[in-house]
Design a protein around this ligand. Structure first.
Ligand code: AMP
Length: 279
């Protein structure tokens, strides 16, 4: 497995790479969720294709300096995960490699990203779109894998691909969970033992609420279960149209119940499809 730290090294590797190239963009601190994405990329690329994992804690998508500073960066362990899941190469740029100090061009998605995390974290999806477009262009990847845990991110990236005529296929991957239902996240390691023990209520709340038949009950039940914790603080809890991500009251169309919850300084997100019998 090769490791490229610069764009020049990456390009040299890619010039010699067999196609298709499939990219798994990550911010590192890899867990089984990321590992599953790499395995799916390997499956899709076949033995002849090339699987690249990027490890880059993208500074321009953080809205809180403390969150960026506290983000874990266990490089050696991350490289072990990439190797174990048969990645062919890893791209690990530093901030200066990715961004000119006077950079002045960013990608802005103006509709889907006004809701949910985008509303709570101004500028976040500009940062995500900008880094993902750069990674697509740097790698020339035919496809890239993204997790459904970050449902809004997946939707925004798909919209960017559509609106900018990018030729990268977007491959979704279901959310991987701990045995108690908590969605795996690099941020889980920063939870105190009390908060970690309490956090599975997020999944329980979404599961219970998704079984209710009307919008008011869905939001009430989820709010009650998460709000029943003395540790959890709801950042947002919203039922949205699965396509537009705008708040919805219409259960005749696919909808997503999504939330962000703070435990201390740690912000966790999760979502569930609200399944109805659609005609
Ligand atoms: P991150 O390192 O948090 O930026 O995540 C990198 C990629 O891994 C994104 O596409 C995430 O959606 C995905 N991912 C993170 N956690 C999970 C999980 N628990 N299950 C599936 N995919 C995940």
């Amino acid at each position: 497995m090769w490791i490229a730290k610069t764009k020049v090294e990456l390009r040299a590797r890619l010039d010699a790479a067999s196609r298709p190239v499939i990219l798994v963009p990550t911010m590192g601190a890899l867990h089984e969720g990321h590992a599953s994405l790499i395995s799916l990329a390997r499956e899709k690329a076949g033995t002849d294709g090339t699987v690249i994992v990027s490890l880059f804690v993208n500074p321009i998508q953080f809205d809180r300096a403390g969150d960026l500073a506290a983000y874990p960066r266990p490089l050696a362990a991350d490289l072990d995960v990439c190797e174990a899941r048969s990645a062919d190469g890893v791209f690990v740029p530093d901030d200066g490699e990715m961004y000119f100090p006077d950079r002045s061009v960013t990608v802005t998605e103006r509709s889907l990203s006004t809701h949910l995390c985008g509303a709570a974290r101004p500028g976040h999806f500009d940062g995500v779109c900008t880094v993902v477009l750069k990674l697509f262009l740097l790698t020339g990847c035919e496809a890239a894998v993204f997790g459904e845990k970050d449902f809004q991110q997946l939707a925004v990236i798909r919209r960017m691909v559509r609106d900018l005529d990018l030729r990268t296929e977007i491959i979704p991957h279901p959310t991987i969970r701990e045995s108690d239902g908590l969605a795996m996240s690099s941020r889980n390691a920063r939870l105190t033992p009390e908060h970690r023990a309490d956090a599975p209520r997020i999944r329980q709340a979404l599961l219970t609420a998704a079984g209710k038949s009307d919008v008011a009950s869905i939001l009430r039940v989820a709010g009650e279960i998460i709000g029943g914790s003395s540790y959890a603080r709801i950042d947002y809890l919203s039922l949205v149209d699965a396509e537009t991500l705008a708040p919805t009251e219409n259960l005749a169309k696919p909808a997503i119940l999504a939330c962000a919850v703070f435990y201390g300084e740690v912000r966790l997100i999760d979502n569930i499809a609200v399944a109805r019998a659609f005609p």
